[in-house]
Design a protein around this ligand. Structure first.
Ligand SMILES: C=C(OP(=O)(O)O)C(=O)O
Ligand SMILES: [Mg+2]
Length: 431
């Protein structure tokens, strides 16, 4: 088998929000072809690697990615032709050097990531291995808990409802991934009924969860508990709740502006609020409870709640080992969100997960609010054995494709498969 890359071809495709994104195809000398595409966030952290957009207002309001596509076809491809696709770290390193900036501003993290992922998939195909097995070896047998975002707010719901962006159900009490997904789907449908019974609208947000006009950030928790109970499952024992307020989006001038609740509060008061919610509802994970540069606030948050629940930094850490390292040193959280396109290569993403594990932290793999049907993160979650992921509601093609891929992996692993359950969370022991 000749694993050398003979062709890399990028193109502009559309993501789930109808915005352009990058897709890259890789051809190897042995004839293998693979394809990968790049997701895109809406509540992006300011410290993320640069997603290169054309800025031409006449096309997609400036959101075209023709420049990123050209960088793959004209700058990256000529350098990588002839490289062995199995040399992932070397290839990623070459692209980082070719870009030469600290945040991939020159070529674009969207260009670089498209190549990084398609090369990995081509090498796996050439080795005749499923992607999770190629990336993770014989250790890749644990299926993650799916954290399903069934109620959307914040920027993903155009600020129509809750300030908090994501309310997810985590069916950690199931005995398999398939059962967990089934529970999540039943809760999702039950929530629709609960909402309709209360006169709420049941339109959905960017990640497929319902986006009702609630009057507080607590109300969604109450509605979700009712939906869980409606299915006959036990909130806390069978199913926990994960929340991503994505608070950088409502942080301004040193305070948190809760528009839904018509009040402005300090970091300390936000922590008080979270403590109250956590005591009342079965919340096991809180992501971006405070803003991306509020390091002092995060210290308070972790000191108060880090012993009870998993505290995940998304905008705070942006899958970047330098920021995660600072977080470990300063003891501000106990987990990092893992998003490939925040950092821009597979190799750097693996390094971020490794750093979390070494510190005893959680690594919570995530999709983006703008997605494609590429299910790379499903395989990667199993390969890196991170135990939990979030991929939106158990509805909408681009979200369920990740969950469906995980069901396929579970089936393929057969008796070797195990389900992460509660142990996936750094602190879910209170239930
Ligand atoms: C998935 C998220 O949203 P986005 O992709 O818009 O950043 C998130 O904030 O965790
Ligand atoms: Mg987030």
């Amino acid at each position: 088998m000749d694993n050398s890359i003979i062709k890399l071809q990028a193109r502009e495709i559309l993501d789930s929000r109808g915005n352009p994104t990058v897709e890259v195809e890789c051809t190897l000398a042995c004839g293998v072809k693979a394809r990968a595409s790049v997701p895109s966030g809406a509540s992006t952290g300011v410290h993320e690697a640069v997603e290169l957009r054309d800025g031409d207002p006449k096309r997609f309001g400036g959101k075209g990615v023709k420049k990123a596509v050209a960088h793959v076809n004209e700058t990256i491809a000529p350098q990588l032709i002839g490289q062995d696709a199995r040399a992932q770290a070397g290839i990623d390193g070459m692209m980082i050097a070719l870009d030469g900036t600290p945040n991939k501003a020159k070529l674009g993290a969207n260009a670089i990531l498209g190549v990084s992922l398609t090369v990995a998939r081509a090498a796996a195909t050439a080795a005749d291995l499923p992607l999770y097995h190629y990336l993770g070896g014989p250790n890749a047998v644990r299926l993650p808990v799916p954290n399903m975002n069934i109620l959307n707010g914040g920027v993903h719901a155009r600020w129509q409802g809750a300030d908090f962006q994501e309310f997810m159900v985590a069916p950690y009490g199931a005995s398999s991934f398939r059962e967990a997904l089934e529970w999540g789907s039943e809760i999702y449908h039950a929530l629709r009924t609960v909402l309709m019974d209360k006169g709420h609208r049941v339109g959905v947000g960017d990640e497929g969860g319902f986006a009702p006009e609630v009057s507080s950030n607590e109300e969604p928790l109450e509605l979700i508990v009712q939906a869980i109970e409606k299915t006959g499952l036990k909130p806390g024992a069978d199913v926990g709740i994960a929340m991503d307020p994505a608070s950088s989006a409502f942080f301004e001038d040193g305070n948190y502006h809760l528009r839904t609740e018509k009040r402005t509060v300090s970091a300390g008061e936000m922590v008080d609020y979270y403590e109250k919610l956590i005591k009342t509802y079965p919340v096991v994970l809180l992501e971006d409870g405070l803003a991306e540069d509020d390091w002092e606030g995060w210290k308070i948050l972790n000191a108060r709640l880090g012993g009870i629940i998993e505290l995940v930094g998304d905008d705070l850490f942006v899958t970047n080992v330098e920021r995660i390292n600072r977080g470990i040193r300063e003891d501000v959280a106990n987990a990092a969100l893992i998003k490939l396109n925040q950092i821009g290569t597979l190799t750097e993403t693996v390094a971020a997960v490794r750093m979390c594990k070494k510190a005893g932290w959680g690594a919570f793999v995530s999709h983006r609010s703008g997605e494609t049907v590429d299910s790379f993160i499903a395989d990667m979650t199993v390969a890196l054995d991170t135990g939990h992921l979030k991929s939106g509601a158990p509805a909408r093609g681009e979200r369920v494709e990740k969950y469906n891929q995980l069901m396929r992996i579970e089936e393929e692993l057969g008796d070797a498969a195990c389900y992460a359950g509660k142990e996936a969370y750094v602190r879910a022991v209170r239930f």
